[in-house]
Design a protein around this ligand. Structure first.
Ligand SMILES: *Cc1c(COP(=O)(O)O)cnc(C)c1O
Length: 367
């Protein structure tokens, strides 16, 4: 066994993060890049991600001031876009002072800006609902909202931003429809445009506009549903790993774990690794979900416990307690695991708990 502490950790490769940023930068060379680092940098650590990308990123995007302030405190001088805008009018002077750029998505926010007292000049984005029907103004409201906001003395630049609902499906007709609706909604109005998430950045050049907004791809997960097709050159930033703490030989028919949901079809070696849903490994991952033991691909057996999982050691019968177990990352894409667990890599990353300490590695071998 390796030392006294639990061997569970999320290794974070800053090299991989920088590499992915450059891949995205190059694939949208016609646009500028807003690095999306909301949700604690998709579970990778907000300030860590911001500091790593600070020398290169042209802009950061987060959900609100609670995530924007630590980025400024860490020394970022670039603009920070707040994708949720402000949650109350009290925030407006702070946004202006700190060069935060709120996304204005609702009429109550327009009224709050109109009612705000004197503040330093503020750059804002108007969110256009081009068909996703989540946040934003409907297309026929956009010109009116722009007119109202551009007449306010505290407002400097106004950009236009929309979000794509199906860019992860490279065959979906919704994306060109949304882009057309977006373009028409802000036709003739001055100001930068932004439409592309990761899938838009890597798969839809027509969506690049002035600013692309990649998130998940920065962390190395491919954003497309058709993962086999033309996989972009992205490297996993997070490797979730643990170790075997027990190995034993079980007889044919032996049931495994809570609910006895899996039975050994033959006499076989079975291992237990020190990781579970208490660390953020998905409890719904079924038997058969891939994982690596000492670099060899094998599978999860039975239900995931809070602190433990059980693994099939038939492909690696030489594995002993202390063997390294990789749940996703280096050598095993998070999106493959997510697919088996009925979720997406975004959720896997965000759910890794503080009990799995983030361990920074500057460089990591290529997979
Ligand atoms: C999260 C988010 C993004 C990034 O999306 P990815 O799919 O992670 O690349 C872009 N724009 C908005 C408005 C978002 O909320």
């Amino acid at each position: 066994m390796r030392g006294e502490a639990r061997p569970t950790r999320a290794r974070i490769s800053l090299d991989a993060l920088r590499h992915n940023y450059r891949v995205l930068r190059a694939s949208a060379s016609d646009a500028r890049v807003m690095a999306v680092i909301k949700g604690d940098g998709y579970g990778h650590g907000l300030e860590r991600v911001a500091r790593t990308l600070m020398p290169e990123a042209e802009c950061f995007a987060v959900s609100g001031v609670d995530e924007a302030r630590p980025i400024r405190a860490a020394g970022a001088t670039q603009p920070v876009v707040l994708l949720g805008g402000f949650f109350s009018a009290d925030e407006i002077p702070l946004h202006a002072r700190e060069a935060f750029q709120p996304v204005i998505h609702s009429h109550w926010q327009v009224e709050a800006l109109a009612a705000a007292g004197h503040h330093e000049p503020l750059d804002i984005w108007i969110k256009v609902d081009s068909g996703m029907h989540r946040l934003g103004f409907l297309p026929d409201e956009v010109a009116g909202v722009h007119r109202r906001l551009s007449a306010l003395p505290g407002i400097r630049e106004i950009g236009f931003l929309t979000h794509l609902a199906e860019a992860d499906d490279r065959d979906s007709p919704r994306t060109p429809e949304q882009l057309r609706t977006f373009e028409q909604a802000c036709a003739g109005l001055p100001g930068p445009r932004s439409a592309a998430n990761s899938a838009g950045t890597l798969g839809w050049p027509a969506a690049h506009c002035d600013w692309v907004r990649p998130g998940i791809s920065l962390y190395g997960a491919t954003p497309f549903v058709d993962q086999g097709r033309a996989r972009p050159d992205l490297r996993p930033v997070m490797t979730l790993e643990s170790g075997l703490i027990s190995v034993k030989q079980l007889p044919a028919g032996a049931p495994i774990g809570y609910g006895s949901t899996w039975r050994c079809p033959e006499a076989m070696p079975v291992g237990v690794a020190a990781i579970g849903y208490g660390d953020g490994y998905p409890r719904h991952a079924p038997s058969g979900t891939p994982l690596l033991v000492d670099g060899v691909e094998t599978q999860l057996l039975g239900r995931v416990s809070m602190d433990l999982i059980t693994v099939d050691l038939r492909p690696c019968p030489q594995a002993r307690p202390g063997a390294r177990v990789v749940l996703w990352g280096d050598g095993l894409p998070a999106e493959t695991v997510a697919d088996r667990a009925g979720t997406i890599a975004y959720e896997l990353f965000c759910q890794v708990t503080p009990r799995a300490p983030r361990q920074v590695v500057e460089s990591q071998p290529r997979t």
